[in-house]
Design a protein around this ligand. Structure first.
Ligand code: IPE
Ligand code: IPE
Ligand code: MG
Length: 239
């Protein structure tokens, strides 16, 4: 842990973002470039998720969020979606069995259209790590910010209807508390790989004030050096 931090510090004082959110993009292109099917890239993309989780935990990041499947990603081919869903089952089992660093795993997104097997694995993993006091690892799977905001609006309306909430109480904090990320700090730093400079319906409310860092490298090649660059960029003081 100390050596990683020292390495990052480079002799300077550096602020570690409380919440880092990563759009893991470019798995398909990474595989294609190597002459493999897109699914090969998805499989390879699980490794940097494990590595970066460990690195962020060691650096003292409080919340790390990975965007692994958007509500829009259902429009991909049946074969690709099916492969991804099976990969996510394995991924949650692995997270649970190898939960290191006292990490607490949470799913953000909706469970609509997910297989009962995947929903079970997600729930089991959340349950078995719920008392962990270390970094929170959010997996944004079947996540879309607009659908999250629609649900927040509905839940607020419902609470007003049943008399549990007064309209005058609606403010930024209250809305934040209705989000999937309730109780968590806002996103400080968004990272997106593969040269795409889009937000793609990711944490629109939570990243309203965050810094954005992009790399042309594809997600399966993402490593600690990228993370360091992103954190250094986060530390650049605006003039
Ligand atoms: C990101 O990689 C992973 C998911 C969205 C599931 P992509 O699958 O989007 O890969 P590219 O962007 O097509 O290369
Ligand atoms: C973006 O998926 C979200 C994830 C990486 C999970 P895409 O790579 O399909 O992004 P868009 O829809 O092309 O912006
Ligand atoms: Mg993509």
């Amino acid at each position: 842990m100390i050596s990683l931090t020292k390495d990052l510090l480079d002799g300077d004082r550096i602020k570690i973002p409380k919440h880092i959110a990563i759009i893991c993009d470019g798995n398909g292109r990474w595989a294609k470039k190597k002459g493999f099917p897109r699914t090969f890239g998805h499989k390879a993309g699980t490794k940097p998720i494990e590595n970066i989780t460990r690195d962020c935990s060691e650096l003292g990041v409080k919340v790390l969020t990975f965007y692994v499947f958007s509500t829009e990603n259902w429009s991909r081919s049946y074969e690709e979606v099916d492969f991804l869903m099976k990969l996510f089952v394995e991924f949650f089992i692995k997270l649970r069995n190898e939960a290191r660093e006292n990490i607490r795993v949470k799913h953000i997104g909706i469970t609509d259209n997910l297989s009962s097997e995947l929903i079970d694995e997600i729930k089991r993993t959340e349950k078995s790590t719920e008392n962990n006091s270390g970094m929170i690892l959010n997996i944004a799977l079947n996540y879309g910010s607009r659908s999250e905001i629609i649900n927040v609006a509905k839940n607020i309306m419902h609470d007003i209807d049943v008399g549990n909430l007064n309209v005058d109480k609606i403010n930024e904090d209250l809305i934040s508390n209705y989000m999937f990320t309730s109780g968590l700090p806002d996103v400080d730093l968004v990272i997106r790989t593969s040269g795409e400079m889009r937000i793609s319906n990711f944490l629109l409310w939570q990243s309203a004030k965050s810094k954005l860092w992009f790399t042309n490298d594809f997600w399966p090649d993402f490593n600690y050096n990228h993370l360091k660059e992103a954190i250094k960029y986060f530390n650049v003081v605006d003039s």
